[in-house]
Write a new protein. Sequence first.
Length: 175
Amino acid sequence: MSIRPFLQHHPKIADSAYIAPEALVCGQVSIGEDSSLWPNVVARGDVQAIEIGARCNIQDACVLHVAHDGPYTKGGIPLILEDDITVGHQAVLHACTVQHHCLIGIGTIVMDGATIEPYSLIAAGSLVSPGKTLETGYLWRGRPARPVRPLTEEEKQQIDYSATHYVKLAKQHAE
């Protein structure tokens, strides 16, 4: 694995986190307890911070990045992932906030300043536009993402199951 500082910023990774050997973690990145970054994930906190909470799983080939301090993003925009989040393969999360208990589908793109509220499920291949807030408790789909319907209780349980499953799987890989 490649875990490296950028300028004066060093990644902070919980002892129980799993980082695949092929992943890159650079700069202002913090990774919480029992979280996992799988092969070919890039978490580049070079111009702002990336905060990954507990029990998040960032699946293969995802890109996590931030927005710099500039004329259109005063102070920059961090990437914040709260707890119990599943991010599907090849998703791109850029300078956004994903609140706890969410599932981001395979190949989804979430843009600058977007907020995903708790218990949101975003269908594969969706696009969350800059600055958009996705309300809690819905299945979202499309380009741009639009609400399809409220989540069922079973779907909410599946979101929680996914986070728990990946904690167990990461521990098996770590062994």
